[in-house]
Design a protein around this ligand. Sequence first.
Ligand SMILES: Cc1cc2nc3c(=O)[nH]c(=O)nc-3n(C[C@H](O)[C@H](O)[C@H](O)COP(=O)(O)OP(=O)(O)OC[C@H]3O[C@@H](n4cnc5c(N)ncnc54)[C@H](O)[C@@H]3O)c2cc1C
Length: 365
Amino acid sequence: MGCSLAYYLARAGRRVVVIDRGRIGQGATAACAGGVRAQFSTEVNIRIGMEAKRVLANFVEETGQTADFRQVGYLFLLTTDDERRRFADNVRLQRRLGMEDVVELTPADARDMVPGLRTDDLCGATFCPSDGLAGPNEVTYGYANAARRLGAVIRENTPLDGFITAGGTVRGIRTGASEIACADTVICAGPWSAPVGTMLDLAVPIEPSPRQVFVTEPFDGIGRRSPMTIDFHTSFYFHPEGEGVLFGMSDPATPPGDDTSVDWPFLDRITAVAERRWPPLLDARVKSAWAGLYENTPDFQPLVGPLEPGLWIAAGFSGHGFMMAPVIGRWLAAWMSDGAPTAELRAFAPDRFAAGGLQPERNVI
Ligand SMILES: Cc1cc2nc3c(=O)[nH]c(=O)nc-3n(C[C@H](O)[C@H](O)[C@H](O)COP(=O)(O)OP(=O)(O)OC[C@H]3O[C@@H](n4cnc5c(N)ncnc54)[C@H](O)[C@@H]3O)c2cc1C
């Protein structure tokens, strides 16, 4: 998010410094599954997903580097009548907003698309062929390098020590021995944004939540163009990754926290779900695993906008920040340069929780 925003701000003529306490792209982004979709339940997220696909499809023209964007589609498998009704409503909304290629499928259609899928208990599915997968590393460095070419400075291994304030306005930041004065400071600290807010006694409602990811050795039981397949009821998902398969699942029993150690016993629980939904996975051998952090807000929508005079935030993407970065970076840079927010960004106002009237995103994996 920080690299995307830096690029669009630099393109708008702003002088930009990005600081990261580690290496860029090694936070939540490094753990990400790379999914890019517009199959959301809220209008704003559908619009962002559609725009993100356009930007990523033209990423070489934009930044000079590939996004490794593979439009293999997203297939959602639906088990209950309630899920099918809700997804049918979503498809109607998505089509009204211009997503002409999203369709409802029968369980048999889904089985034809993903050999080995067990569909006897499913009542429907949805599919959008232009959704897909992109490379988190490629996109992060694509933006970072393009931003640098426009004059942005990226300082790695530079932890934030605190903010410089005067008269209730944030005037810059302190890192180690140095101070950086700036008219605008933006918190893009992903799952660690709440501790950054605490430095100014601000309560930032973002909770880190661990997620486990497993990758197999080369496996010919899945086609290289097989879609990102999501069993919505259990949140078990899988997609081709290199010569193997990447898979994962959310665990509602995991408490919030920032523990990123691999939970190997959890693999048994995913395997039990895979046995019911996609038994071929049991023939693949797990090669590697990692855990990363979602950055959840109470309504699973991000915080994007001003927090205090001189201070902004773009964080709390609740598991969708990779695909949202190309669009949020551009919209927020335009807001910071022109002084007026894109209408869509009002849905992400950081102070919305006090005002009420939330529109939670329901298609969260
Ligand atoms: C397992 C998993 C799968 C996911 N799959 C998808 C997916 O398929 N599609 C999708 O769109 N999203 C996905 N996500 C979510 C996505 O990874 C995040 O929403 C996104 O990467 C957030 O980007 P970010 O730049 O806001 O945060 P980060 O990538 O975490 O970057 C924040 C940066 O802030 C730095 N930082 C933090 N604190 C400080 C400090 N005090 N001083 C200096 N620097 C600091 C960190 O070092 C880090 O580099 C997934 C996440 C996980 C964990």
